[in-house]
Design a binder for this molecule. Structure first.
Ligand code: GLU
Length: 591
């Protein structure tokens, strides 16, 4: 019997023998990566050990979404002390970055070119983030948590539907650089579902890290290869497209351990990701703008999917995203005025702009006087990518991890580090392309590029607490839609009384800017209950756009991929829930 087969038997036997004790749960968007985490839990590791194994395995089996060439935010809830932390391993701009680097001569570069050039590559943080979390809260060695990923890279795995689709619909990103093409399009033929993928160069890299630790990556041979790889530009951009990262930038990369931003909603406490992500602030702002509406009350015309509920959700999103565009960025580098967004007086005035009977005109960012007396113009935003990945883990002791991790766009920059087999991110394109700072207009340029700064993110790993006790940890990928996916699930769980799996399955609605084109989900059988044609017509009548012609079904999108773990407050038992929008997988490890 192989080691993995023995473990599965152990897992099943112990699950039935000791069903009363809380189990370890792993919820991941890809089954082989979920199995990697479950294996670590079965070996006696805790949630942080398992999270390390899942992240490394995802680098192998979901390489288009996350990996050591990227960054992320790991929420860690420590059961023993009741404390919650965020490990911020967001990529940073190199020392030679400048505010105008994506707009030389005042002309913004085209996103497809900028994001596939070395200029877009931020100093990667994932490996140091995982290592930091392991040293602080883990029980296993980095090398042990790398073992499942090394096996998957060395012996291979079967390409699933989602990876195959991302190769087929890659916007050219797996075709620009020869090393990326050789892995995912061997002989010029894109890998298809069911094909076997072996990644020897990646296996070699992970083994090197297992034996030499993160220094191999941040100071050693891998660092030299990263610096060289990101010096590649795109011919259309000339020298302006070449990356500015040096060996010193890699050696100086620092992880930040952050305390959560605390939000409150209908008696629940939420621990969310602070800046440099907009995830926590914008999510909490939307929730507070909505709190005065009885969203769960069907008798008053609200309830899940009713026009009233969807209308006020849309309006709250528009207001909060208008604020986000101006006020939120890396507050290690920018003024902290953004905290004023959660000031109760500000929120009351802002929520009063929502009229139940009519769509509001395009809102401006709020005036956060006394800091800024003038209404600043928003920085230009762009459509954000729909990839990245989220997983959640709880161990038998109650430690929890909720980890959103990314290389930014699907396939990141498309640059595979030659000889080392991993993709580099394009995270720096999350900065404003055109500098927006303008003291006369009161615009602080919060998300303009600057040396060492972290680009604004939308990632929103979240912990939900009731009576001081953790109840659920979850999050989602999806660029700016992340905030709305997490919002939809939170409302479904708290206001609409759904189980976490129902809350994830239900169709979502999202608006990610002030102009407010609505995206909504439908068209897949599991998305229950659907947004009805009559509801969509009412929204059109109220003035909402993005839903297409009257009488048609304008809800056909797929938004996000939420993975969650839940602690039943009554029994203390653990559950998991995963998203069928990808190959969401929950594995229970009994003891
Ligand atoms: N760059 C994105 C962010 O940090 C990654 C998330 C995503 O696209 O899914 O918000």
């Amino acid at each position: 019997m192989t080691r993995i087969a023995r473990w599965f038997v152990l897992c099943l036997l112990s699950a039935s023998a000791l069903a009363a004790s809380p189990d370890g749960i792993v919820a991941v968007s890809q089954p082989a990566a979920a199995a990697a985490g479950a294996r670590i839990l079965a070996q006696g590791g805790n949630a942080i050990d398992a999270a390390a194994a899942v992240q490394f395995a995802l680098n192998v089996v979901e390489p288009q979404s996350s990996g050591i060439g990227g960054g992320g935010f790991m929420l860690v809830h420590v059961a023993k002390t009741g404390e919650t932390f965020f490990v911020d391993s967001r990529e940073r701009a190199p020392a030679h970055a400048s505010a105008d680097m994506f707009a030389p001569g005042g002309l913004p570069m085209a996103f497809p070119l900028a994001s596939t050039s070395g200029l877009a590559v931020g100093v990667p943080g994932t490996l140091l983030g995982v290592d930091t979390a392991l040293r602080r809260w883990g029980t296993m060695k980095l090398a042990d948590t790398l073992a499942p990923a090394i096996e998957l890279a060395e012996h291979g795995f079967r390409v699933n539907r989602f990876l195959a689709e991302d190769i087929a619909n890659d916007d050219g990103r797996t075709q620009i650089q020869p090393e990326t093409a050789a892995t995912f399009r061997p002989g010029g033929v894109p890998l298809a579902e069911g094909d076997w993928l072996v990644q020897p160069a990646l296996a070699k890299t992970l083994k090197l890290i297992a034996s030499q630790g993160p220094d191999a990556f941040y100071r050693g041979p891998i660092a030299r290869a990263i610096v060289k790889a990101q010096q590649r530009g795109r011919s259309e951009l000339g020298d302006a497209g070449k990356g500015r990262m040096t060996l010193a930038d890699l050696a100086q990369y620092r992880v930040a351990i952050r305390r959560p931003l605390v939000g409150h909603y209908r008696g629940w406490i939420l621990a969310g990701m602070p800046p440099p992500s907009s995830g926590g602030l914008t999510l909490f702002e939307i929730l507070k703008l909505l709190e005065r509406f009885p969203l769960g009350d069907v008798a008053q015309g609200y309830g899940f999917g009713s026009p009233k509920t969807l209308h006020v959700m849309t309006e709250a999103m528009r207001l909060a995203f208008a604020d986000r565009a101006v006020w939120i960025g890396d507050d290690d580098a920018a003024p902290a005025a953004q905290r004023a967004l959660l000031n109760p007086g500000y929120l009351t005035a802002r929520s009063a702009l929502i009229r139940p009977d009519r769509r509001m005109d395009t809102p401006q960012a709020g005036d956060l006087t006394p800091w800024h007396a003038v209404q600043p113009k928003p920085a230009r935003t762009r459509a954000e990518s729909l990839h990245t990945t989220h997983f959640a883990i709880v161990d038998r002791w109650g430690n929890m991890v909720s980890y959103t991790t990314t290389i930014e766009y699907t396939w990141g920059s498309g640059i595979t580090v030659p000889g080392y087999g991993f993709l580099l991110n394009n995270e720096l394109t999350d900065f404003n392309f055109l500098p927006s700072a303008d003291p006369a207009e009161g615009n602080p340029g919060t998300n303009d590029v600057a040396p060492f700064k972290r680009p604004r993110s939308s990632m929103a790993p979240l912990l939900l607490l009731k009576d001081g006790k953790p109840v659920a940890a979850y999050g989602s990928p999806g660029g700016a839609t992340i905030i709305n996916s997490v919002l939809n699930v939170t409302l479904n769980f708290i206001d609409h009384g759904m189980t976490m799996q129902q809350a994830i399955d239900a169709p979502r609605l999202s608006v990610t800017n002030a102009t407010g084109k609505v995206s909504c989900e439908g068209g897949q059988a599991f998305m229950q209950p659907p947004f009805s044609p009559a509801t969509q017509d009412t929204l059109r009548t109220l003035g909402h756009t993005g839903l297409g012609e009257s009488g048609t079904d304008g809800c056909r999108e797929t938004i996000g991929s939420v993975q969650a773990v839940v602690v039943d407050p009554a029994t203390g038992l653990h559950h998991g829930a995963a998203d069928r929008r990808r190959e969401g997988t929950v594995i229970r490890v009994g003891y």
